[in-house]
Write a protein that binds this ligand. Structure first.
Ligand code: GLN
Length: 309
């Protein structure tokens, strides 16, 4: 892979060390016990441009648990199969609440506010169980095609750890089922959900995986269409408005790119038709988003003068 022009590499390098040397006010997620076994000081950044150039720094080739970032991939797969009918089961409004909140589901009669909070991702998993013959295998091969590698996998260790402490997700799934918006058994849906959240990738793999969302729905470097242009724009719109739970406004305000975070400390963000950038630093702010990841991206879009606005 070609290394991109030195100006952007220099900007990334400078911001990377600045943010690394500043105090991080975040903390590692502990509510999933296995997630806390990660070195809190890990920090990696990778950017992939549509023209084939790329640059990475720090721990950008080390795999981490992408957690909720994977919710964009499960949604893409379900949306590809079901088309616009999917929006009868899910809304596209920011929740303004924590990612694992139960409260809106009562007034919204079991229709999750959006596909990126846990409630929404559980409904997407339910849909995948209905439309796929082997949901676990097919979801993984869907993910493999983007980065062109089969080295991306579920972490059974993390999935098991999350299952053992998944009391809120169990509550969410059963609550949605009581409204009729989960068709399969909650156990089956939760098992797929835990596996989905356990997917591990490096920043480098993450940038290539999300390439199709910057590339009008086509896999980076290939002509293969995963989603139509319209569906791609819609997923980006939902990432923009809902990708950071109750901090989505703050991310749009400070960074200005559609993106998605996960409690493993990863953030992926993209500039349509230009690039995908991935950051990993496991210390999270109080909303569950990577403290250094947000800081890095804010400084990056400020220094480059590029954002969707
Ligand atoms: N697996 C995590 C959970 O269900 C995902 C949360 C996240 O990344 N925001 O709690």
């Amino acid at each position: 892979m070609q290394v991109m022009n030195s100006q952007i590499a220099d900007i990334i390098t400078q911001i990377f060390y600045k943010v690394k040397n500043e105090e991080s006010l975040g903390e590692i997620a502990k509510y999933i016990p296995e997630l806390s076994n990660v070195d809190a000081e890990k920090f990696g950044v990778h950017i992939a441009f549509l023209n084939g150039e790329s640059f990475g720094i720090g721990d950008f080739q080390e795999k981490f648990s992408i957690q909720s970032i994977a919710k964009v991939l499960s949604l893409s797969l379900a949306y590809r199969h079901l088309g616009e009918r999917i929006w009868t089961r899910l809304d596209v409004e920011p929740s303004g609440n924590a990612f694992n909140s139960l409260i809106q589901l009562e007034s919204d009669k079991g229709i999750p506010r959006n596909p990126f909070i846990n409630a929404g991702a559980l409904v997407v998993c339910d849909i995948l169980i209905d439309i796929l013959q082997n949901p676990k295998e097919e979801l993984l091969s869907f993910i493999w095609q983007f980065a062109g590698t089969k080295s991306i996998n579920y972490s059974l260790r993390i999935a098991k750890s999350e299952k053992q402490t998944g009391f809120r997700n169990i509550a969410l799934c059963n609550f949605i089922k009581s409204f009729g918006n989960i068709k399969n058994s909650p156990e089956e849906v939760l098992d797929l959900y835990y596996l989905l959240c356990s997917v591990e990738m490096s920043c480098e793999e993450l940038s290539y995986t999300f390439g199709f969302l910057a590339n009008k729905g086509k896999i980076l470097g290939a002509d293969q269409e995963i989603l139509s242009l319209s569906k791609t724009k819609r997923i980006n719109a939902v990432m923009q408005t809902c990708g950071f739970y109750d901090e989505s406004g703050e991310f749009a305000f400070r960074v200005g790119l559609p993106g998605k975070s996960g409690v493993g400390g990863g953030i992926v963000a993209l500039m349509p038709n230009q690039y995908v950038v991935s950051v990993w630093s496991p210390q999270l702010n109080e909303k569950g988003n990577s403290f250094r990841g947000m800081k890095f991206l804010e400084e990056f879009t400020t220094a480059t003068n590029v954002s969707i606005f």
